[in-house]
Design a protein around this ligand. Sequence first.
Ligand code: SF4
Ligand code: SF4
Length: 139
Amino acid sequence: MIDPRHYRMRVDTNKCTGCRHCEMACSMVHNQDKVNYHRARIRVIALEDRFLPLIAGPYVSETEECASKKLVQIGDKVYDQCILCRASCPNKSIFKEPDSGIPLKCDFCAFREEGPACVQVCTSGALEIIKIEEEVEEI
Ligand code: SF4
Ligand code: SF4
């Protein structure tokens, strides 16, 4: 069982194929075995030349609008930072619980004996759980 205070997810975008199996698995383990991508705590963003699996991080705020909206340039393309930011935030639809609107946050599947479901189904090795020495509060 993963204690989120001692682990981090390492994401290798060079290995990600964009299959979205991680999204499916995450939604199933948090949604009574039913697939609903809107309930996934991981979302795969298609960039110009690669896929970026983005894991829902700590809350910015449950009620207030984010004050740090920037544009991020990667190569020739400009992305709204909101898309690339992993914070859970009431203004970002990708990490919002569809019924309640509550921001979703990755819990590292701490309730599963088998560990994170997304890592388990990612056969390309793009996702890896890394143990860290220092105890940290947020994931
Ligand atoms: S399961 Fe792995 S390869 Fe597939 S989209 Fe997710 S991170 Fe990428
Ligand atoms: S570790 Fe668990 S909660 Fe976090 S993104 Fe992966 S499947 Fe979802």
